[in-house]
Ligand binder design. Structure first.
Ligand code: SF4
Ligand code: SF4
Ligand code: SF4
Length: 800
């Protein structure tokens, strides 16, 4: 535990005599001195909801939920949560506690979002506390001179403007204070409304974004990671980037501290040229932000394939999205395994307090195949020493079969199809086995692009065929040759960049920002992510990326051998491709929208969540594209975006979250907005149409992303440009004009000149009536727009 900066004031007075009175033995002690409110620390007035509780933003949630009602697709229709059950919730039946299916699904939303949020909260708290131990509490929160609002989401939610590392503890305290009521409401016999469960799930999502921002700000400032640098360095990415002639250390997970300790030990001992260190998943992102001598192997789906290939001499896991059987997989290739985090201890002996010499000896001799070390510094030393000693002995021992063995296995295949049936992508494994049995491995190799590395096929195969290993062997050449470049995570989008593009983006003349984020549970080839990023870049969108999505974009090259990171600038501009970093870097993307509200519209940020979310929903054209989301964290990240008014398109596997927020075009009134100036009610069409939409194909996803970037505040030139884009992409992928233009064309100034006659015909056929655009749309009661209320009160403040 770290001592908090509690500013304790205590005084003792032995004796005091005055003319008229006498004091003896007075002891005065004041515990925590509450800091003056942020209003006095910087010139911005405090908004109405600093550090909101569950109930404080509920009215905003209900506005959203009325417009975008949750649509549930239950996977499980019984409840076994308490011993009253199990209860059948099919049809109109209720459980023994009175809960119905809809409310039960709302409870699942909260449970999922809550699990994701807590994962980031725990990660953030651990990072902040350990970084304070390592670097001290006074590390300044400095996100670069061009980024004076260092922590937009923290400021919007809590009203806190952190100035030093230890200030983040107060933010964590707030998030933790929200945990008990959220988790308590999951208990049986509590919440009776699915809408209130959804509101709580939003709350958990919002807290998740605060936790993520805390984590990334802490590591940026304490470890000196790039601070909004559009020219952040390029780093090698791909399964073939690690030099196999050297000992290889593989780090997997999300919490970068153990990996950093390894890199430090290598540097301090002049071993950077003698050992390779590479990462899978977000630890790879964050490690390469710290040192470019490290490399990115690839996204989470590479875990089994890479370790079985024998390339890694030591495997280190930290936390989140790691294969929980990774110790077993590493053991199968004689690679020592080190777990480093209390959340994932894998039943291993705790060697945290042992002499490193002893641990190294045990791992190298094979006396221990895996150990738990909860001391980052020790992990650094042990991992490096073990890699050096074990690599010559292992000689890259692997369990992927030889070509002859693949053929022999393929000949034993019954072609029962059980593997395909269980495969999330229904891959045609049996067909590939037919070809492989004849010596042609090309069909097996072709499966690799769409294989998410889950290993379910192997579990199902009665012939005990190691299908995934066969695929990995067939794709071995591709793995060896896969070498590309990705820009390392740049961290925040600077206020300076926002100043340059705020007007174009806010008014719609940049068609939108597409955030390609999330995990790698892709429905088809991983290459689709690259193709979608390319399409949006060519169409003048801003593309921001993080996590596995950012890696998938970087794995492919054009005819000249260049990746999109090499072809497009890393700045937050139209046609810019910004890799912000790992999962916990995600808030930098929504922060960009918040910065527009601040820089362009001079909206108050501090404690002013509803107004800022309302602004993003009505003014800032942005859409998340979460093509491979699978984790609870991805769900809670999604909820954080939606409460802030940012819609998202998800890939088909995300339907298993059993939860969408679809708008109802047939109920146009639900899209009504008010004019801030006079409170008058207007209907400007279904914009944005949905908050969560699941697309079945990448073509549908791209079309929907374009549409979900429409905003009520679009200027005529902006909407015209967005409509042009929408028509063009729709025609490209569906071969015809969209049939819903009458919803989005407000008046004739929105109509693209080039297709005016054709569009007018369509509008006439649809019975279109022009609508008058308004300049200041809101979903709130205009009296709740705190910025104007503060102006009315005569308050003055500065934006950045
Ligand atoms: S929580 Fe309710 S629905 Fe679930 S098992 Fe218990 S009584 Fe049945
Ligand atoms: S489950 Fe096994 S035997 Fe059946 S088709 Fe797949 S690989 Fe062949
Ligand atoms: S490991 Fe690959 S081929 Fe096997 S079930 Fe999973 S996705 Fe399908």
């Amino acid at each position: 535990m770290v001592a908090r900066d509690e500013e304790v004031l205590s005084a003792k007075l032995k004796k005091f005599r005055a003319a008229s009175f006498r004091l003896e033995g007075l002891e005065l002690s004041i515990g925590k001195v509450t800091k003056p409110p942020a209003e006095e620390e910087f010139a911005e007035p405090m908004g109405p909801t600093p550090k909101p509780g569950i109930e404080d933003l509920r009215d905003w949630d209900m506005i959203l939920l009325k417009r975008y009602p949750p649509m549930y697709a239950p996977i499980c229709d019984v409840c076994c949560l308490c011993t009253y059950g199990k209860c059948d919730l099919t049809g109109n039946k209720k459980g023994a506690c009175g809960i119905d299916m809809k409310t039960q699904q709302g409870r699942w939303s909260l449970l999922t979002a809550f699990t994701g949020m807590n994962t980031h909260l725990s990660h953030a708290k651990e990072l902040v506390e350990k970084l304070i131990e390592m670097k001290g509490p006074d590390v300044p929160i400095d996100m670069g001179e061009k980024t004076p609002v260092e922590a937009p989401i923290i400021r919007v939610v809590t009203g806190i403007a952190p100035k030093k590392l230890s200030d983040l503890l107060e933010v964590i305290d707030y998030v933790e204070s929200q945990v008990p009521p959220l988790v308590a409401s999951i208990h049986m016999g509590q919440e009776g409304s699915y809408l209130d469960y959804e509101s709580k799930a939003y709350h958990a999502g919002m807290l998740d974004s605060v936790s993520m921002e805390v984590a990334d700000i802490a590591q940026i400032c304490a470890l000196d990671l790039p601070r909004g640098d559009p020219n952040a360095p390029l780093v090698e990415i791909g399964a073939g980037v690690l030099d196999q002639s050297k000992p290889v250390i593989l780090v997997i997970g999300h919490n970068v501290l153990p990996a950093i300790s390894i890199a430090d030990y290598m540097r301090e001992h002049d071993l950077e040229d003698k050992i390779e260190i590479g990462g899978i998943c977000c630890t790879a992102h964050d490690l390469t932000r710290y040192t470019q001598s490290a490399k990115i192997v690839g996204p989470q789906s590479m875990q089994i394939k890479y370790v079985r290939s024998g390339f890694a001499d030591v495997v280190i896991v930290d936390e989140q999205c790691i294969r929980v059987d990774m110790h077993e997989i590493a053991r199968s290739v004689n690679a020592p395994f080190i777990a480093t985090n209390i959340k994932a201890m894998h039943g291993l002996p705790d060697r945290t307090h042992d002499d490193p010499d002893e641990i190294v000896k045990d791992l190298v001799s094979g006396k221990e195949t895996g150990v738990l070390i909860l001391d980052e510094e020790k992990v650094g030393e042990v991992a490096v020493r073990v890699a050096l000693e074990v690599a010559p002995k292992r000689q890259k021992f692997k369990i992927t079969p030889s070509k002859e063995e693949v053929i022999a296995y393929a000949k034993t295949c019954w072609h029962c199809g059980a593997c395909t049936k269980t495969c999330p992508n229904s891959l045609p494994i049996s067909d590939a086995m037919y070809a492989a049995a004849e010596g042609d491995l090309s069909k097996l190799a072709a499966l690799e692009e769409s294989c998410v590395g889950c290993g379910r096929c192997e579990q199902e195969c009665k012939r005990k065929i190691p299908v995934l290993s066969l695929i990995a062997k067939a794709a071995e050449k591709k793995f060896r040759e896969q070498k590309a470049k990705a820009r390392v995570g740049r961290g925040p989008i600077s206020d300076y960049e926002i100043r340059i593009i705020a007007e174009q983006w806010g008014l719609g003349t940049i068609p939108g920002c597409i955030a390609i984020i999330g995990c790698c549970n892709y429905p088809n080839e991983q290459r689709e992510v690259y193709e979608m990023a390319k399409e949006f870049l060519m169409r003048n969108f801003i593309v921001a990326a993080s996590g596995c999505g950012a890696m998938s974009i970087g794995l492919y090259t054009d005819e000249e051998g260049k990746t999109l990171y090499e072809r497009f600038p890393g700045a937050f501009v139209a046609r810019g491709l910004c890799n912000v970093g790992s999962c916990v870097s995600n808030p930098h993307i929504t922060d960009a929208g918040i910065r527009v509200a601040n820089v362009f519209a001079r909206r108050i940020l501090s404690g002013n969540f509803k107004e800022i979310a309302d602004y993003l929903l009505n003014y800032v054209g942005a859409c998340g594209l979460v093509w491979g989301a699978y984790s609870q964290k991805a769900f809670s990240i999604g909820m954080s975006c939606h409460r802030l008014g940012v819609p998202a398109v998800l890939g088909p596997h995300s339907a298993k979250y059993r939860h969408l927020y679809l708008g109802l075009k047939e109920n146009l009134e639900s899209y009504n907005v008010r004019d801030i100036k006079d409170g008058s009610v207007h209907n400007l069409g279904p914009v944005p149409e949905h908050l969560i939409y699941v697309a079945e194909s990448m073509e549908e996803a791209m079309v929907m992303c374009c549409k979900l970037c429409f905003r009520n505040n679009d200027l005529p030139e902006g909407r015209q440009l967005k409509i042009t884009n929408y028509i063009d992409i729709y025609k490209k992928y569906y071969g015809r004009m969209p049939d819903d233009l009458h919803y989005y064309i407000r008046d004739e100034f929105d109509i693209p000149y080039a297709a005016k006659d054709e569009i007018m015909e369509l509008l006439k056929a649809a019975g279109w009536e022009p609508k008058k655009p308004i300049k200041s749309p809101t979903l709130l009661d205009p009296k709740e727009i705190w910025t104007y209320e503060a102006m009315r009160q005569g308050k003055k403040w500065y934006t950045v």
